[in-house]
Ligand binder design. Structure first.
Ligand code: MN
Length: 234
């Protein structure tokens, strides 16, 4: 499906908030959008905005209910595009007014003037093992079955606690080499990804690679302003 989205001045990109009981930045961000302390007409959620959620997991839907409602309210006022990540997927049924882009439909190609911009969460183009793993963990019937046998939320709580203990903020040495590899997967002029939590931009061979910072690790989101992608502290 072709979506024909034009990047707008003051568009906002948010990546890897990993919202959970400990990491509350995404909630603060959405509240600021709601009360117009932060203003935009276009919001790109680059994936992993929730530490875990899937359209089948009742426990996690309940835990994240407040933010789901704020997002649904905002989506009636501004354009929101949600690129699913490896922690948040099968989301279309939760967000009726949000354009949800599944991993297998990424990159999403959008336009700015004559330039083409590719958007991905950043966990595509890895290898077939990972593709297979992704397919299994997103399998609807399997997830519904797990939900069904999740008595007293034992499985969900186990996932929740494991995620809460995980340290997700690491500096990748020589991220530039990885960026060069990432660029080679794309044909667009500008490539925008989350997933790597590095918040760095490179201009390589007439292409621009933008890694959106992790809202959780860097307390920053990205604004497109005067033809530049700028990190903005929350
Ligand atoms: Mn990720």
């Amino acid at each position: 499906m072709y979506h024909n989205i034009q990047l707008e001045e003051s568009a906002i990109f948010v990546a890897d908030s990993h919202f959970n009981k400990k990491n509350r930045h995404f909630q603060s961000f959405l509240k600021k959008l709601e009360n117009q302390e932060i203003k935009t007409k276009q919001l790109f959620l680059m994936g992993d905005n929730f530490d875990f959620i899937s359209g089948e997991s009742k426990y996690f839907i309940k835990q994240n209910q407040e933010l789901i409602e704020i997002l649904n309210k905002l989506s009636k006022e501004i354009q929101i595009v949600y690129l699913e990540g490896n922690h948040d997927y099968n989301l279309a049924k939760l967000f009726p007014n949000i354009l949800v882009i599944k991993r297998e439909k990424q990159p999403l190609i959008i336009k700015y003037k004559e330039q083409s911009i590719a958007l991905s969460h950043g966990d595509n183009f890895i290898n077939w093992h990972y593709d297979l793993y992704c397919k299994i963990i997103r399998n609807g019937p399997l997830l519904k079955f797990l939900n069904l046998i999740d008595f007293n939320n034992i499985i969900s709580k186990k996932i929740d606690n494991a995620l809460l203990e995980k340290n997700i903020c690491h500096l990748i040495k020589d991220f530039k080499s990885l960026a060069i590899k990432r660029i080679s997967n794309y044909k667009s002029d500008i490539i925008i990804e989350g997933h790597y939590h590095q918040g760095k931009t490179y201009n390589i061979d007439n292409k621009t690679y933008v890694n959106i910072p992790s809202l959780c690790c860097d307390n920053k989101y990205t604004v497109f302003r005067n033809e530049k992608f700028e990190g903005e502290p929350l």
